[in-house]
Write a protein that binds this ligand. Structure first.
Ligand code: HEM
Length: 757
């Protein structure tokens, strides 16, 4: 059963992978069909692409090796697939990827940028930063180690929160700091959002922060903002845009706290780390700041924003730290539509990654790129495409001056008040840039209040150099070894001649060591003892720190165990559910026995239906043939129709002719009738005339007369002068028509015989 489920889940998983891979391939293929070519490169494995190699390089000393390898193979712009998205990577200094932007971002960027440039804010931030740095440094003692990264985080966070929402140090600030740290910790955690997990705690912390910021914003709304805005929240609240809701403003405030909590502290920490590695730079920076301090003390003036930014060497140190440190390794954008950059296509949905680190460490732009060399900036422009630690284009970091100012203030107070020993530490580059042991750690402060008019005592400087040479670089080792007797002069025999072969005779009297040598050795021993003491103290502190970390790790482990317990319980519940479902399915399967018989019956029926289907197919065949015949006949229909139409037309003609002739014959009949009537009346007239004639004859001629005709009797007729040729019986009109029948000229219109044509 288990095997079945494993097989089932594997099948689903594999099909999901295949589907996703196909989708991915088709997206890529479709993009190939477009106008411009994609840059060369490889997309690596399905789904994960080249992410594993990218991350493993990111954890190494040379995170840029991933990019450099591909740059050598494919050119400065190439394609890859990292963090689940196909990506166009640019290691080109003149990359215009930085110019891709959106609209609401532009608005917020403009508002914040303008505010950070205002003289009012600059003055306030300078004052706040000085105050917080002084307060923080006042608590530093020789007894406890100082973790620069933590101290600067604390200071920079307070400065930024003041500039963002005008919150002063106190209960709410502490609460916000705590929640913010919890929130940040969860951003780089496993994506498990269950109670107790880091992500869950992070999201809860963010909710609490949003609530507090909402409260502050509401108070500002009620109070009303008049005159110059005091902080960034007021700048955004003043804006008339309806898009800037309270939620959006709160979110922006939290996003803006990230550089305060992370980028600026890392910048300061790295600067101190690099300075500790490079005593010459540290010396020059210290001199420059001391000079300014003396000047300001003499004038009795506080330092202003401009004073700090006008320290040229300090600025070059910060610039070089930004170049070497690559606090932001690069920026990513997502293409919302196809974009063409430098003749290459960035297809819609792909990411574009401008990788600053490769540019900043490119020996074509910088000689000896891996060497900390602030002097390289003395005659060099910082505003060029090969130096973009703050990004570029419309998304250029609006906090760049603020970051430089905060670093300058911290360095000023640090180097003018303290001498320190920086312990060995290394830089971690992934997921964010930071020091492995929250270093450089100022574990021993040699002078918490030095007399600035006097140079530091020689021994102290030497001591510092000695420490540095041991911990950091060989260059410093040489400097530290200067003016000293080689150490091996004191080895083993402490000034006695070296042991040789045994010689006969009295042993030579040992010479007492030279007092100067003894003094030197004593001094060295003294130094060593102090070193050992320092080392010992550091070990103790390390142990305490490790114990603390162990405690924290144990606590985390405990929490994770709880979370794992929850997850296990949930998994068990799920697997129990799955097993139950499996059992139910099995039972269902067993219950399907009767269905089998039905299936057999259905099979027989299907066979019967098949034979019927064959019969029907035969019938359909004959019908098809008939249909074909009809169809061919049908083709003749138009011709028949045309004939019928012709006949119909002829019929219509004939009808109209008949009607016409009917009318004509009716007229003729009427005419004939009239003529007949006329003839009858004429015949009568004739009869009358005859009678009158007869009467008239009877008087002079008597009956029969000379012509043997009796005019008084009907028989007394005149013999027809023209014979029967006219067929007219002049004396017997009633025996026939006057003009005879048959051949008479009107005979053709004999009505009863008229036929229809
Ligand atoms: C060492 C310190 C800092 C570094 C290295 C740094 C670097 C950067 C970089 C590279 C970007 C560009 C991101 C992109 O193009 O997507 C950026 C954006 C930004 N930075 Fe900074 N930053 C620093 C400090 C600060 C500070 C102190 C603030 C002040 C609140 C700040 C506020 C911002 C904001 C608001 C943006 C977003 C700009 C936008 O997208 O419109 N940054 N930063």
């Amino acid at each position: 059963m288990d095997n079945m489920w494993v097989g089932f889940v594997t099948a689903i998983f594999l099909s999901a992978i295949i589907l996703l891979y196909r989708n991915f391939r088709s997206r890529i293929r479709s993009s190939y069909r477009r106008r411009s070519p994609l840059p060369s490169g490889t997309l690596g494995w399905p789904l994960i692409g080249e992410t594993i190699e990218f991350i493993s390089c990111a954890y190494s000393d040379r995170p840029e090796s991933f990019m450099d390898k591909r740059r050598r193979m494919y050119g400065k712009v190439f394609k890859s697939h990292i963090f689940g998205s196909p990506t166009i990577v640019s290691t080109d200094a003149e990359s215009s990827i930085l110019l891709i932007n959106g609209s609401l971002q532009r608005r917020i960027h403009g508002l914040i940028g303008a505010f950070f440039k205002s003289p009012h804010l600059k003055a306030q931030i300078t004052q706040d930063m000085q105050m917080y740095v002084q307060e923080s440094m006042a608590n530093w003692t020789d007894e406890h180690p100082i973790y620069i990264q933590d101290e600067t985080k604390n200071i920079a966070f307070q400065v930024l929160v003041k500039a963002l929402i005008s919150l002063d140090p106190g209960g709410e600030m502490e609460f916000l700091k705590k929640q913010f740290q919890e929130f940040i910790a969860g951003l780089m955690s496993l994506p498990i959002n269950v109670p107790g997990s880091r992500l869950y705690r992070s999201l809860q912390a963010k909710k609490k922060m949003v609530k507090l910021i909402h409260k502050i914003i509401q108070a500002k709304r009620i109070r009303g903002i008049s005159g110059v805005p005091e902080d960034v929240a007021e700048v955004l609240l003043n804006d008339a845009s309806e898009q800037l809701t309270d939620d959006l403003i709160s979110d922006n405030m939290i996003d803006l706290m990230i550089p305060g909590e992370d980028s600026v502290p890392v910048l300061i920490t790295l600067a101190i780390k690099y300075l500790s590695d490079c005593p010459a730079a540290l010396q020059q920076l210290t001199d420059e700041n001391m000079k300014l301090k003396r000047l300001k003390d003499q004038l009795g003036e506080p330092l202003s924003w401009n004073d700090y930014l006008s320290l040229p060497f300090t600025q070059t140190v910060i610039t070089e730290t930004l170049r070497m440190g690559n606090i932001i390794v690069g920026v990513m954008r997502k293409a919302m539509k196809d974009i063409e950059i430098k003749g290459y296509l960035i297809p819609e949905g792909w990411c574009a990654f401008a990788y600053f680190r490769s540019v900043h460490l490119d020996e074509n732009h910088y000689d000896w790129p891996y060497q900390f060399n602030p002097w390289r900036w003395q005659d060099k422009e910082t505003s060029n495409y090969s130096f973009t630690p703050f990004g570029g284009g419309q998304r250029l970091c609006p906090g760049l001056d603020l970051a430089r100012l905060e670093a300058s203030i911290f360095l000023y107070h640090f180097v003018t008040q303290f001498r320190w020993v920086a312990e060995a530490d290394s830089i971690i580059n992934f997921p964010t840039v930071r020091m492995k042991k929250r270093m450089p750690r100022a574990s021993r402060i040699f002078s918490s209040s030095i007399d600035i008019s006097e140079p530091l005592p020689e021994t102290k400087l030497r001591l510092v150099d000695f420490h540095l040479c041991q911990k950091f670089s060989s260059r410093v080792t040489l400097m530290a070894g200067r003016n000293r007797i080689p150490r091996d002069a004191f080895d083993n025999r402490r000034g006695y001649p070296p042991e040789g072969h045994l010689v006969r005779g009295p042993l030579p009297r040992p010479l007492p060591p030279h007092p100067a040598l003894l003094e030197e050795e004593l001094e060295m021993q003294h130094v060593e003892i102090r070193n050992l003491l320092g080392e010992n103290r550091r070990l103790v502190e390390d142990r305490i720190a490790l114990q603390r970390e162990l405690g924290a790790a144990k606590e985390e482990l405990h929490r994770m165990n709880l979370a794992i317990g929850d997850i296990r319980a949930e998994q068990e519940l799920r697997s129990r559910e799955l097993i139950e479902r499996g059992l139910k399915l099995e039972a269902d399967l067993r219950a399907t026995g009767p269905l089998k018989n039905e299936a057999a019956q259905l099979h027989a029926e299907v066979q019967k239906l098949n034979s019927i289907r064959q019969d029907l197919a035969g019938q359909v065949q004959t019908l098809k043939q008939d249909l074909a015949k009809f169809q061919s006949e049908n083709k003749q229909i138009p011709r028949l129709r045309a004939d019928i139409d012709g006949l119909h037309k002829e019929l219509m003609h004939a009808r109209s002719a008949i009607d016409y002739e009917k009318k004509a014959s009716i007229e003729m009949m009427e005419h004939k009738q009239a003529m007949e009537n006329n003839l009858v009346s004429m015949a009568r007239e004739v009869e009358k005339l005859r009678a009158e004639l007869a009467n008239a004859d009877a008087r002079p001629w008597g009956a029969g007369g000379s012509y043997g005709m009796k005019f008084s009797s009907p028989e007394g007729v005149f013999p027809a002068p023209y014979g029967d040729g006219y067929g007219v019986h002049l004396g017997a009109a009633d025996k026939g028509p006057l003009y005879g029948a048959g051949t008479a000229s009107w005979g053709g219109f004999d009505k009863p015989r008229m036929t229809r044509r």
